[in-house]
Design a binder for this molecule. Structure first.
Ligand SMILES: *Cc1c(COP(=O)(O)O)cnc(C)c1O
Length: 384
């Protein structure tokens, strides 16, 4: 089976991990800070907080922005469930903004309309979480302008997008947001096994997230309520978690950062090859916005079902039967039983549901060979 995504691990990556295993610190050592520095320098952002996964980063990002009971958080329905769950962890209420039919990102038009209605009813969101679907940036300038008008905070879920650019600048620089989050799961652009990072230019948000990552404990006397009892002393000043990443993982991440640009460039070569090979088939290939450079995490096609004698499920099953590990990103989050039980109904985001009926993710990762790619396009040609 050709998988839809997979990691690319070099001998140098392995050596980087081995050297941490031979060192004094497996966790809370120097590799974490080195990894954070590498990512913050790459992204031109002031602060980076590495954690054990992007889900944790989204959680502490929401908490640092003060999301609490009965606050409102809005995100995209075409995302992984974690983009929405983080709001529920904080006791907040979640809602979904329909997608743009071309980029599949949160539609700024729909967001603007929903904000105007929400202002009338006095229920504006505290935080909006745009998701850079497949690695392509959302219209951040548009979302930022709305945030200025309506007073909400922004967390970019850039789990797909490290290495991508928006208007010529690295995704993660937080020019149009309060916090940006990356994921380092093995199918993503670079990996640490499990891992994530929260980036911000705001020193206070950074410090808050740092505290929440590690139990809410401080050893800084300036943050304590009274003088230290002695050299052993620490204080818990917030209700934090153990969301720390290990040095073993951070060393892998630091080593992978050296090949980030190469990974993304390779993904673009693969995407361009797919675009050519699929141009004569009844499918819609990914649409790229001119002022953005995608991280190209996913290569999603949409079937032109009116030109095909099969439904999506039949095409999907035929591809799987030919050894192509196609996947589907994503089921609209609010169609999950857990969310339906919260009151969400079919039809909530019509564009997202249309997308869901037609989408298939083809294999996309730096290590896929030309002959594997040819096998994918041949099988797809056959299937449609
Ligand atoms: C992968 C992913 C996450 C969660 O990442 P983890 O590191 O696995 O917690 C969140 N949001 C999106 C959009 C993702 O693709």
């Amino acid at each position: 089976m050709i998988p839809y995504g997979r990691q690319d691990i070099s001998e140098t990556d392995i050596q980087a991990v081995v050297s941490v295993l031979r060192s004094d610190f497996l966790t809370q050592g120097p590799a974490v800070a080195s990894f954070e520095t590498a990512v913050s320098e790459y992204c031109s952002v002031k602060h980076a907080i590495a954690v054990n996964c992007a889900t944790s980063a989204l959680h502490i990002a929401c908490l640092a922005l003060g999301v609490g009971k009965d606050d409102l958080v809005w995100t995209s329905p075409i995302t992984f469930v974690a983009s929405a769950n983080c709001a529920l962890y904080c006791g907040a209420k979640i809602d979904f903004i329909d997608i743009d039919p071309f980029s599949y990102n949160m539609s700024v038009d729909s967001l603007g309309k929903k904000l105007a209605l929400a202002e009338k009813s006095g229920r504006l969101p505290k935080v909006v979480i745009p998701v850079h679907f497949s690695g392509q940036s959302c219209d951040m300038a548009g979302i930022y302008a709305l945030s200025q008008r309506y007073g909400f905070k922004i967390i970019e879920d850039a789990s797909h997008a490290i290495g991508g650019k928006y208007r010529g600048e690295p995704i993660g620089n937080c020019r149009y947001s309060d916090i940006t989050v990356f994921s380092f799961h093995p199918v993503k652009i670079i990996t640490t096994g499990e891992g994530g990072m929260a980036l911000t230019n705001d020193a206070q948000l950074a410090r808050q997230m740092e505290l929440l990552r590690s139990h809410g404990i401080t050893r800084d006397v300036n943050e304590m309520t009274h003088e230290s009892d002695g050299p052993w002393y620490y204080q818990q000043i917030a209700l934090g978690f153990n969301y720390r990443i290990t040095d073993i993982q951070a060393a892998l991440g630091l080593s992978q950062m050296k090949r980030l640009d190469e990974f993304v460039a390779k993904r673009h070569v693969i995407a361009n090859r797919y675009n050519q090979k699929l141009s004569h088939l009844p499918v819609v290939t990914p649409w790229q916005i001119s002022d953005s450079y995608s991280g190209m995490h996913l290569y999603v096609i949409r079937l032109k079902l009116d030109k095909i004698n099969r439904n999506r499920r039949e095409v999907f099953e035929a591809l799987r039967a030919s050894g192509i590990g196609v996947n589907l990103h994503y089921i609209p989050v609010y169609r999950q039983p857990y969310y339906e039980q919260l009151g969400f109904k079919a039809g909530h985001c019509p564009e997202a549901e249309r997308y869901y009926a037609e989408a298939i993710s083809l294999p996309m990762y730096p290590g896929i060979t030309e002959s594997q790619q040819d096998k994918v396009t041949a099988a797809l040609g056959e299937a449609v």
